[in-house]
Write a protein that binds this ligand. Structure first.
Ligand SMILES: Nc1ncnc2c1ncn2[C@@H]1O[C@H](COP(=O)(O)OP(=O)(O)OP(=O)(O)O)[C@@H](O)[C@H]1O
Ligand SMILES: [Mg+2]
Length: 266
């Protein structure tokens, strides 16, 4: 057989080549975008870490240079502030590690069947003292006596504690926070936390669930309100891992409702 009669093994189809090139370009653009997001997160995280570290450094410097002997009230105060700030820093580092684990797909859920009604009621009860301290009426209600739902207790607790903690944190003294459990179409279990707090303007609601998504003009920026703005991002990711959702409904000046929804599988 002459060589001109053999069929070439690889016929290059220009159309196929164009498709491959296109998908390589698209993938490349996606990687560049992800890399940029990672850089932004590292920059934000470093900034958030630097602020409390500077506080610790300054107060320890003051304590070291304090002339009181034995330890006077000033020195004790400086060390107290430094210790409190280190606590905050540890929570922040823990949150950053959780985000990294979630984003790398390294979080596995330890799901179990749990009766949602007593579970949420118990969490609400554990916050009564905190609510009373702030003279906030904290109530719980449920449209059913009992509802089995499958979820990771520790992770879901983190979600409820964040939205309930936020409601108590951002609602001014004398306000009210209501927590409820409801079932939608027998298929979805919804845990709602409503407050009479400052609410979130509609144009700011999109940034609620982003990393370090503190709202500029909210209570979060008052000097006595702590938080780094990672709680809702982590909570939303935890709900997605459960094939559930976390949504917000809020009216500026009136209050907010955060809804954590989980599918009922049985
Ligand atoms: N119930 C609420 N009422 C008004 N604003 C809220 C409410 N919940 C959240 N926000 C706003 O959304 C921002 C993000 O909430 P998120 O829970 O992510 O962060 P945080 O509570 O500030 O800090 P962290 O939870 O990381 O300690 C808050 O800083 C606040 O501006
Ligand atoms: Mg929070």
């Amino acid at each position: 057989m002459s060589s001109s009669q053999t069929t070439p093994k690889h016929v290059v189809d220009m159309e196929d080549l164009r498709k491959v090139a296109q998908s390589v370009y698209a993938r490349n653009a996606e990687l560049v975008k992800l890399d940029k997001m990672k850089d932004e997160f590292v920059a934000l995280a470093s900034h958030e870490l630097r602020t409390p570290l500077t506080i610790v450094k300054n107060y320890l410097w003051l304590a070291l240079h304090e002339k009181d002997e034995p330890l006077g009230s000033n020195t004790t105060k400086y060390i107290d502030i430094a210790a409190e700030t280190v606590d905050r820093l540890m929570f922040l580092v823990e949150d950053i590690l959780t985000i990294s684990r979630i984003e790398n797909g390294r979080v596995t859920l330890a799901k179990e069947d749990v009766d949602m009604v007593p579970f949420v009621r118990g969490l609400v009860e554990s916050y009564q003292v905190k609510a009373q301290e702030k003279q906030i009426r904290l109530s719980f209600e449920s449209s059913v006596d009992s509802q089995l739902v499958t979820f990771d207790k520790n992770r879901f607790t983190q979600v409820v504690i964040n939205i309930l903690g936020n409601a108590l944190k951002f609602t001014p003294v004398g306000g009210a926070v209501r927590v409820s459990v409801d079932i939608e179409d027998g298929a979805i279990c919804m845990v709602r936390v409503s407050d009479t707090g400052p609410g979130v303007a509609s144009d700011k609601q999109a940034s609620l669930f982003t990393k370090f998504g503190k709202i500029d003009d909210s209570y979060a920026n008052l000097p006595n309100v702590n938080g780094t703005g990672l709680g809702l991002y982590i909570s939303k990711e935890i709900m997605h891992l459960h094939e559930g959702t976390l949504t917000a409904e809020s009216v500026w000046g009136k209050g907010s409702t955060f809804i954590a929804s989980l599918p009922i599988t049985k």
